[in-house]
Design a protein around this ligand. Sequence first.
Ligand SMILES: *Cc1c(COP(=O)(O)O)cnc(C)c1O
Length: 436
Amino acid sequence: MVRNLEKSRAAFERACHVLVGGVNSPVRAFNAVGGTPPVIASAAGARLTDIDDNEYIDYVGSYGPLIHGHAQEQVVTAITKATRRGTTYGAPTEAETKLAELILAAYPTAEMVRFVYSGTEACMSALRLVRAVTRRNKIIKCIGCYHGHSDCLLVQPDTSATTSTSPSSRGVPPAATADTLLVPYNDVKAAKRAFDEHGADVAGMILEPVCGNMGVVLPVKGYLQALRELCDSHKALLIFDEVITGFRLAFGGAQEVFGVQPDITTLGKIIGGGLPVGAYLGSAKIMSQLAPLGDVYQAGTLSGNPLAMAAGLATLEPLRDGAAYGRLEGLGAAMVEEMAEAADKAKLGDRICIQRAGSMLTVFFTAGAVTDYASAAKSNLHAYAAFFHAMLDAGIYLPPSQFEAWFISLAHTQNDITITAEAAVGAFRAAAKAMQ
Ligand SMILES: *Cc1c(COP(=O)(O)O)cnc(C)c1O
């Protein structure tokens, strides 16, 4: 079956005249898989509907925020009610305090929160804070982790294969990345080397405790704890970017699951319930160095926006008792099992690798375990593109890149998983053909 995408094609063509690449965030343009994206008209629960009336089971979930699925009743009601009370005041509200209290209850080593608009802003601001607190400039980052598009984080390794870097985007001055060091994820020795060489200048290390941005990659046993110890012994601060994993893997995020406590946590995505929010949090001692208590400046006209706070509260409150995470774990496990069976049916079982943490997963088109960016990059991207398009055509909406996580929401059912795995048999066959 080939879907009718006539209206989407025309609408996207029109968009391309006025929006850069037809989109407002690059991955949406399908550059990595080719073709043009369906233009979405509406969504409900686990399903998207495009403007040609095609329906898709959605595993993108807006790249992470929609843990309850689309247009969940309580979230919609909370936003609607908040809107009637006024959309922004530029003055304190009770909702900000309530959301902060709810978040701090989940992240017990933190005592104070600052809300911002996005994950990018949370990470950018967290780095300014760790630099101020430590009075040092260097930041250690892992290759393949994504922390938003601020200048000092848009880096690539220098060819010299040390920890030194250069900008990964034109427009970023080399001076902006000069203090960013890169190490491979899951490599304690490399991190130790970076600290040994630069320790006295290292303000902090930032990483995704479970990666979602090179596809799903889990920390090897002891990795996070080793980084905690390295940071402590060099008096540097540890930042966990839990913009994806916060409230996704557990109510207390990856740090609850792995039992390792960072100094600063960055959040986003789920805490905004589908509206734009980010946050960073840490001890009172660290956070009180921010203006207006301290002299580290950071501000935002719409920060703590009442609609976003209402959406966040409506999203987080039902997750608090933890029951949701049991259900997501069950759906995630079923997905891996049924996808593996589908791959076996297509005789591709030994040439793919499915990695999962709770309700986030990636089907990598490479045989080996994926532990870092280098092993993720061995994936056959032609195979992923073929798989992606066959799935899309069968009504399954996956991320348009090998290096993104699939998200299962509480709106997905076991039946959705089974439909997805059935479609995957044909899609894996298409991928196998693309590998030849
Ligand atoms: C999405 C993401 C960000 C950036 O968040 P935006 O809201 O897109 O700016 C930062 N870190 C991680 C781990 C992310 O997945």
